[in-house]
Design a protein around this ligand. Structure first.
Ligand code: ADP
Ligand code: MG
Length: 238
């Protein structure tokens, strides 16, 4: 049985200050999928993520979540509908503790997380439990990235958008995080759309991939085709 469409865009245009970056993006993500968005630097991957969460307005076309156009909704309203977003770069509050950062995630989602949710996040990311009282800014890049994911999970999202999680993180930690995300998807059914340039992470996580170039989706890599390492590398080539 084909699963329901969770998120799709139709002819999506957006950009900065009237200068278009996305120029007609069509994508479709079904419930429970893990989909990668790949492509060279500057093609518009982060712009796409910002447009999906609502940090950039839709200039033309639409973003549809669970069958409803969300273009008119600001980011915090989309977050409450069940879209979680981990932006590119370190995005934790460095002077707040791990627990305080997680509380911010709860506040963003607009509901009070049950106690079990925190315990569940700690079970996926044990380092966060160990360091719950530590200031986030004193942790390693990989630990901060896990915290950024944990913060989004506090809102129990149906869809998680991840923008280049692997950037500046040690390869072994990248593999750990990829494994945890796959496990999370398998056990909770959460849908994941992730921007990535790290070929190991793409291959460890993605079920299929969209290839972007110059603000458009120019190809789709089907399940199975990701096994062809050289083909994937060609799509990432600078
Ligand atoms: N805040 C911004 N203001 C103006 N232009 C931007 C901004 N962010 C990105 N851009 C431009 O938009 C284009 C796409 O950028 P981006 O979406 O970040 O690419 P990617 O994530 O694929 O590397 C680039 O030409 C970039 O210079
Ligand atoms: Mg980017």
């Amino acid at each position: 049985m084909r699963r329901e469409i969770l998120l799709n865009t139709a002819g999506l245009w957006s950009g900065y200050g009237g200068k278009p970056v996305l120029q007609g993006v069509d994508m479709e993500v079904r419930e429970g999928e893990i989909v990668a968005v790949i492509g060279r630097n500057g093609v518009g991957k982060s712009t796409l993520m910002k447009s999906l969460i609502g940090l950039l307005p839709t200039d033309r076309g639409s973003v549809v979540f669970r069958g409803t156009a969300v273009d008119a909704l600001p980011a915090h309203r989309r977050a409450r509908l069940g879209i979680g977003y981990v932006p590119q770069g370190r995005d934790v509050f460095p002077r707040l503790s791990v627990l305080e950062n997680l509380s911010v995630g709860e506040a963003i989602s607009g509901d009070r997380a049950p106690r079990e949710r925190l315990e569940q996040i700690f079970s996926y990311f044990p380092i966060l439990a160990e360091r719950r009282a530590q200031r986030a800014g004193t942790m390693s890049g990989g630990q901060q990235q896990q915290l950024a994911i944990g913060r989004v999970l506090m809102g129990a999202p149906a869809l998680i958008l991840l923008d280049e999680l692997s950037e500046g993180i040690q390869p072994n930690i990248v593999q750990d995080i990829a494994r945890i995300m796959v496990e999370l998807n398998r056990t909770t059914g959460v849908t994941i759309v992730f921007v990535e340039q790290n070929i190991d992470m793409i291959r460890a996580m993605a079920q299929r991939a969209y290839v972007m170039d110059k603000g458009r989706i120019t190809a789709e890599i089907a399940p199975g085709a990701l096994d062809d390492r050289d083909a994937v590398r060609r799509y990432l080539a600078v």
